[in-house]
Structures are given as C-alpha cells and as structure tokens.
Design a protein around this ligand. Structure first.
Ligand code: NAD
Length: 484
C-alpha cells in the first residue's frame, strides 16, 4: 500500500499546483451533486440533524475545497528571500510535499474533517492514506468516492477502514506525516508511535471550551449562542461550549435565560443523538460526579432515552472541582461559574490544560478584544461561538496544550503539509573562496572577529571603517591563496 502511494505521489508532485487544483475540482461538483444522498449517510451514521449535515459537513466542505483550489498555487509558490550578508546572492524557499500523509479521523464530523484534510494534503502534492473512524466508515468511504472521478494517479488516495489497531499498524508502515484528529489519550499513543521513526505529527485533540459573558453583553443573544454552542451535534464537538464564565452581576439572569433556551431544544429535530455508545459512559461519570458533589443542576441531568442526554446546565459551589468542569464531556453538558473582574475571568479560563477555542460576549469592543487577546487558546470569537470559526477555510484551526499542536486549514495548515526547502543560487563561474574557508590563519582570525563587530555595530561610520579594514584583509587573503 505505501509503495503504491509513493509511486503515485512521485507523479502527482511533479505536476504544477495549478494542475493539481484543476484535477481536484470535480470533487466539489460531485459533493454538490450528491449532497442530499451524502447528508442521508451522515445523518444515519452520525445521527446529527440534517441542517447540521448540510451546513457543517457539506456546505462548509464545498467552501473549503474551493478556497484551497483557488489559493494553494500562491500559498505554495516559491518565495525569494534576501540575504542580509550576501545581498547579491539569490535564495528561494520552496514548499515540498512530505510524501505520504496518513490522516486519522474521528466520528463527530465524519465527512468534513477528513475531506478538508485530504484535499489540503493532496493539493500540497502528497499521497494520502485515510483511516476514518471505525464508528463512521461509510462517511470515510464517501471521501474516497468524491475523489474517484478526479483523474488522480492510481493509489494516490487510499481509504483504509478499521479501528485503532489498524491506525497503529498504518503508523508502523512509516508514512511521512501523520495528521491525527481525536482524543488526547489516543493522540499521546499516536505521537509515541510516530516518535519511533520519527514522523512529524499534527494533533487536533479535545477541548473544554469556554464562553465568557461580560456584564455589558446582550444577555438574550449570548444565551442563544451558549445554548447552541453547547448542544449542536449533541455537544459532540471538540470546540463545544462546555464551560461558562459569567460576570457575577448578570450571572443569575443569564443562567435563567440559558436554562429556558436549553429546555426548548427539541430532542427530535435539534439534538444530535449519541453517536458512539462509549461516550455515554463519560456522561454517566460526569452526572454521578455532579450529583455526588451536590451541585445545582439547573436543567437536564437525565437521559431522555438510550440515544439522548437532556441538555444539562450545572452550577453551584464546588463546580470548579467537578469532572464536568475539568474534563471533556463531549456532550450536551455545560457548567457555569461567576467571575468578578476581567483578570479573574482570564485566570479561571486559563486554569485548564486545554485551549482550543473560546467566545467572549460584550458590547464594548475594546474590552472584548483585550480579554480575547489574553486567553490561552488557538481561536477566540467575539460575540459569536468560537466553534463556528471551523467553517472558515481561511483561518488556521488548532489549539494549545492538551488541545494539540499544529494547524489544519488556512495558509498555516496548508504549509504544514509541506516542508521548507531552500535553494540558493551560488556563483556560476569562478569566485574567490569564502574568507571562512581554509586556511585558518591570523588574517582570517582578525577578519572574522571584525565581522562580529560589524554585525553588532549600530553606527554607520563605525561600520564603514570596519568594512574598509575588512576589505583590505580579505583582499590579502584571497591574493595569497585564492582557491584553497
Ligand atoms: P479517538 O481518539 O477515540 O479516535 C480517533 C481516531 O483514532 C479513530 O479513527 C480511531 O480508530 C483512531 N485510533 C484509535 N487508537 C489508535 C491508535 N493507537 N493509533 C492510531 N489510531 C488510533 O477519538 P474519537 O472518539 O473518534 O473522537 C472524539 C475526540 O476527538 C474528542 O476528544 C474530540 O474533542 C476530538 N476532536 C478534536 C477535533 C479538533 O479539531 N481538535 C475535532 C474533532 C474531534
């Protein structure tokens, strides 16, 4: 499999980026043509509402693929760099594909995540082996089907179905880069396995993202945002709103509005079902923990049926120590704490190992911006839900700390699917040898010592004097032994 991928990649990488983009575009047409049927597959397999399948998985993917095809040629173009100490020389930074990129995906955005990552890796000139989640194999298969009509070298994109053991065996076959999206626990295993070779990894991991509500926010609007941000896709979103920090003076009115909105989420049409049964055990643990601590469960706290947990809002003394505040629940649970000052909001926000997205609600743009600038996260949205930023092809997506590292999407994500290679144009004909080559002698010693002073000098006159002295010494050295 790897050999096939490598052979195909060599042919693919030889094509100009514009040509790669031209050949990948039919995948967009195919996605659009098949959108209703693909939405059926996503809804059946993942259980999300159709609106979310059409918008988050299909609409957003069309936009991302289109952006990538349009922008990749300029983002991946060689870039000339001026060399301060050799202004006459020309150097260029080229972006070279890694080779074979292994994409390992989760089940919560089973089409959109692998589709965007596969498209970016291909545009950058790589071959791709995709291992979709074992929970959503049909969505993974669709990714392969979309590129099947794209005139790609045979073996350039291969979809390998299976569970974690299959993922581990694929890393053992030494791809050239691993793009992993999933839990922190698996991310650690992936990184450990990749370190054996070593292979570079990008890790898109979990989050317990916070929404901060300032006392000058539009509370009704912020509560609508929180209700949606905490429960869309059944809360099974890495950037789901799991923590609320609400300024003390508006704490109770805000929680009352949010409780009302959470109770109005329709389980039949708006609340995605629990996709992976193992997630239920996490919810049970969080519910038992909040009950054992005597926390104030404002709404929810019970399963509606086998497939749905009622949207749950919890508050009260001791919430900061509870499992639901400290661990990712990946479900429709949200915990609230009050804060007094913006300094305290930042401190409470950052007291976690995670840092994917955050949201700040305030009518004061300066205040909101200052708060946003201080939070330790990969992306912050002001007066909107941070998770929505995933829909923008232009923006780099990724976190800090246990939320992972590396970026997918945007210019940054595309560049990470390549490595930087420098090509410098040396002299074409005869040139005097460089002063730092052999022989090492007194003239050279003094010349190089003056060179250090020259780099550090801030005075034009001082520099001119040093250059004149250096020139004399260099000429002497070159005349003595021009080619040694
Ligand atoms: P998971 O870690 O259980 O599995 C993810 C993928 O890794 C699956 O394809 C699985 O088969 C594979 N895998 C498991 N063990 C492996 C191993 N040893 N070697 C190689 N591959 C292995 O995660 P999940 O339950 O599918 O997804 C939920 C998690 O993903 C949540 O923590 C969520 O926050 C995170 N997530 C993060 C982002 C992001 O962009 N940061 C996006 C979506 C989901």
């Amino acid at each position: 499999m790897m050999e096939r991928a490598r052979r195909a990649q060599a042919r693919w990488a030889a094509l100009p980026v514009e040509e790669r983009a031209r050949r990948l575009r039919p995948a967009i047409d195919s996605l659009l043509e098949r959108r209703e049927q693909i939405a059926d597959i996503v809804c059946e397999e993942n259980g999300k509402p159709r609106v979310e399948a059409l918008l988050h998985e299909i609409g957003a993917s069309v936009g991302k693929l289109d952006w990538l095809c349009r922008e990749a040629p300029s983002i991946l173009a060689p870039e000339a760099r001026r060399l301060t100490w050799m202004p006459t020389r020309r150097a260029e930074v080229h972006r070279v594909p890694h080779g074979v990129v292994l994409v390992i995906s989760p089940w919560n955005v089973p089409l959109g995540i692998p589709l965007g990552q596969v498209a970016a890796a291909l545009l950058a000139g790589n071959a791709v082996v995709l291992k979709p989640s074992e929970v959503t194999p049909r969505c993974g298969a669709v990714v392969g089907e979309l590129f099947a009509g794209c005139d790609l070298p045979s073996g350039l994109l291969q979809v390998v179905q299976g569970d974690g053991a299959v993922g581990a065996s694929l890393i053992a076959q030494k791809p050239d880069k691993v793009l992993f999206t999933g839990s922190v626990a698996t991310g650690r295993k992936v990184m450990k396995a990749a370190a054996e070779h070593p292979i570079p990894v990008g890790l898109e991991l979990g989050g317990i993202d916070a929404l901060i509500v300032c006392d000058d926010a539009d509370l009704e609007y912020a509560a609508s945002a929180a209700a949606w941000g905490a429960t869309f896709n059944g809360g099974q979103v890495c950037a789901s709103v799991e923590r609320l920090l609400v300024q003390a003076s508006v704490y109770e009115p805000f929680l009352a509005l949010l409780q009302d909105k959470l109770e109005r989420v329709d389980p039949a049409t708006e609340l995605g079902r629990i996709t992976a049964q193992r997630q239920k055990r996490v919810y049970e643990h969080h519910l038992e923990d909040m009950k054992a601590r005597g926390l104030d469960i404002r709404t929810g706290g019970e399963f509606i049926d086998e497939l749905r947990l009622a949207p749950t809002l919890v508050a009260g003394e001791g919430v900061g120590e509870s499992a639901v505040w400290r661990e990712e629940s990946f479900g429709p649970l949200v915990a609230a704490r009050p804060f007094d000052t913006d300094d305290q909001a930042v401190q409470l926000h950052d007291a976690t190992e995670f840092g994917l997205t955050a949201s700040v609600f305030s009518r004061n743009p300066e205040r909101a911006r200052a708060l946003a600038g201080r939070l330790r996260v990969g992306l912050v949205s002001i007066n909107d839900v941070g998770a929505s930023l995933y829909g923008h092809a232009e923006l780099p997506w990724g976190g800090v700390g246990q939320s992972g590292f590396g970026r997918s999407q945007g210019k940054e994500g595309l560049l990470e699917l390549t490595y930087a290679k420098v090509i410098e144009d040396g002299p074409a004909g005869f040139e005097a040898k460089r002063p730092w080559w052999y022989p090492y002698d007194q003239d050279q010693l003094q010349l190089l010592s003056m060179f250090g002073q020259l780099i550090g000098s801030r005075s034009h006159l001082g520099r001119a004097r040093l250059l004149a002295r250096m020139g004399g010494r260099a000429a002497r050295m070159v005349t003595r032994s021009p080619r040694l």
